[in-house]
Design a protein around this ligand. Structure first.
Ligand SMILES: [Zn+2]
Length: 133
């Protein structure tokens, strides 16, 4: 369960880290923040590339940082954009590898937005259980 203080802290972390996004092409900075089981928050930003297809989203940047740090379970996700945009399909799938139906907070540049959940964003997802190993 994520309490109100954790929710607020997570959203603020996503909003703050957004300033570090590298977005010379889209000019659409995104900040993501993940709440881990021990209360640690792991952040990420989108990192674009002049070879556009190599761009990585903020959510996947955060996931790779979390896994690299030794974490395996995400308790909540916050994503900050200009307009409370929703994670892309690739990020929804990658988040699902390490999270159940966790809260996802989508906020705009002023902190307003909406709360949803990961399974709402990606129903009937493919997961490790489908591999049968
Ligand atoms: Zn994405």
């Amino acid at each position: 369960m994520v309490n109100e203080e954790q929710r607020t802290t997570l959203i603020e972390a996503a909003m703050a880290i957004r300033e570090r996004a590298y977005v010379p092409y889209s000019h659409y900075p995104v900040g993501a923040a993940l709440l881990m089981e021990d209360g640690t928050i792991i952040t990420g930003v989108n990192v674009e590339n002049s070879s556009y297809g190599l761009t990585i989203c903020a959510e996947r940047t955060a996931v790779t940082r979390a896994i690299t740090a030794g974490y395996r379970k995400i308790l909540a996700v916050a994503v900050a954009t200009d307009n409370a945009g929703s994670p892309c399909g690739a990020c929804r799938q990658v988040l699902t590898e390490f999270a159940g139906d966790v809260p996802v907070y989508l906020v705009d540049a002023t902190g307003n937005g909406r709360d949803t959940t990961l399974h709402t964003l990606l129903p009937d997802h493919f997961g490790p259980e489908h591999l049968g190993s």
